[in-house]
Design a protein around this ligand. Sequence first.
Ligand SMILES: CC(C)(COP(=O)(O)OP(=O)(O)OC[C@H]1O[C@@H](n2cnc3c(N)ncnc32)[C@H](O)[C@@H]1OP(=O)(O)O)[C@@H](O)C(=O)NCCC(=O)NCCS
Length: 165
Amino acid sequence: MSFTDYFTRRAEFDIFPLEEGDLEAAATLHRHRFAAPWSDGEIHALLTQDTVFGFAARQTSGGFRPSFGGFVLSRAAAGEAEILTIGVDPRFARSGLGWRLMQAVTREALVKGAEAIFLEVDETNEAAIGLYRKLGFSKVGERRAYYQGAGGARTAALVMRLDLR
Ligand SMILES: CC(C)(COP(=O)(O)OP(=O)(O)OC[C@H]1O[C@@H](n2cnc3c(N)ncnc32)[C@H](O)[C@@H]1OP(=O)(O)O)[C@@H](O)C(=O)NCCC(=O)NCCS
């Protein structure tokens, strides 16, 4: 790698199981990406449940201080899985991290015996809906006036499902 490459190379990421060492970065990211943020303690409390698992995108090249690209948390029980949350650092938006995190969690859900995976998403969240549709999720329900936006306007939650088998 040349000296110039060192500064111009794009960040590369790998996907790893979410660990305790990721929790602070995960909570910081959650705070930036969600109106109702979860603390590292809350994420830790979820992760210690037997049915909950997650993945993190950690930078493996291209920086002095490796970046935390994003994470996903899921729960699998009784033949079904759900996505609890997913977030990607906006600096690395649209570079495939959301897709890769969802692929990892979907594979693991299958290993844990899930036959389908569910999630809820705000009807106005175009990026997330685009990601889920690209993965093959389809809408199976709707919860009206489920989320409240900053201006007070209420929006629906779409319930989406992906069959894994
Ligand atoms: C939703 C989110 C996780 C997507 O992460 P990402 O890493 O940027 O997504 P990817 O690069 O993997 O994109 C995969 C596909 O998703 C869709 N997509 C991603 N961002 C999109 C956008 N802004 N608009 C429309 N479609 C989008 C596209 O189909 C994209 O494929 P393409 O780039 O080949 O067209 C990210 O935007 C995020 O963290 N949002 C804030 C938190 C959030 O809303 N989480 C979901 C709660 S339900």
